[in-house]
Design a protein around this ligand. Sequence first.
Ligand SMILES: C[S@@+](CC[C@H](N)C(=O)[O-])C[C@H]1O[C@@H](n2cnc3c(N)ncnc32)[C@H](O)[C@@H]1O
Length: 349
Amino acid sequence: MSFATPDGYLKEARALPVAGASARPRIRLVEDAREVPVLGGVRSPLPLDSLSPLRYPGSKRKLLPALRQIIEANHDSPLDLFVEPFCGGASVSLGLLELGVIKHALIADFDPLIAAFWMEATARPEQLVRAMYRQPPTLANWDKWRAAQPRKTSQRALKCLFLNRTTFSGIIGGTAGPIGGRAQTSEYTIDCRFNKEQLAKRIRRIGELAADGRLLTPSEGTWQDTLRLVDGWAADLGAKSVVIYLDPPYVEKAHHLYDRPFSRTDHENLAASLLNEQRHWILSYDKVPLVLGLYGHFADIHEYSVLHHYTVKGQRDGSVPGREVIFTNLPTVPADSSSPEPARKDATR
Ligand SMILES: C[S@@+](CC[C@H](N)C(=O)[O-])C[C@H]1O[C@@H](n2cnc3c(N)ncnc32)[C@H](O)[C@@H]1O
């Protein structure tokens, strides 16, 4: 039995039953108000064409400066291979490739529609672009795709792209409705995020990265499947430096956001695996007692808070600590990390 106290402590101290894992992490009492180094980094603007074509609830693009700081403090730049087993919109891999921080990215996701999108966008970008241009962003087409159960990878990819760009918050499955609702009377209608020209440029950019051998998508798979593939890919690429970046579904509200939410046991199994992992990894999470209890009490695992920069009227105005937390077994703390800044109440985004 465990419970979070109002002051942010997690009360629990039992060994966890973890299937098939030799490590048995214990959730410990962890103080949420601990001071941990803060990362912010310098934001480097990326061209629009290099952004992910998928909108993603919980996109980690905002973590790029912090992840860059950690990677560059620990490895010669560029890193040979970056692996993203929970890739979603793959915004981190795409961003780090464009910034030249990494040479290769290997991305995978367990969701069959997301995985199909990345397989098609990397292997057959022009076909996907042509098929996308034939899609009218209408309620009738939205209903058709919502009901469709395509078997072919190309059709799954199209379903993923269409629903992601026309559904509220980019949520592909579940009960989320079309942008603008059934009445389509709001300022934002179903077509407002379906800019075909812009999407075509982004898909073609993915095709270029794949054709250059920099963006690799093996197939759909669980995070365990991807971890099993890493050494083989690293050997094929001659990669000496490898970092695995894990961004699992949120602990809270995940069932509203993703078709493949994580159960508490899934979170515990991931911890059991990472606490035993010899290869370098970085993990981002929402800052909740379960997560702090699983990872927050090991001397060889570093914890960071992340500053989010915000702008008002086009001007950089300040930064606030975000709600994410980063854990990593990479040993070197970036020299430019700082002590926490107090949150500003007037922050607007
Ligand atoms: C928080 S999202 C990743 C968001 C991504 N970092 C981004 O910036 O767009 C988590 C992803 O994990 C995937 N997922 C859920 N369970 C999984 C599993 N067992 N193995 C691999 N991926 C899984 C979901 O489909 C979802 O795309």
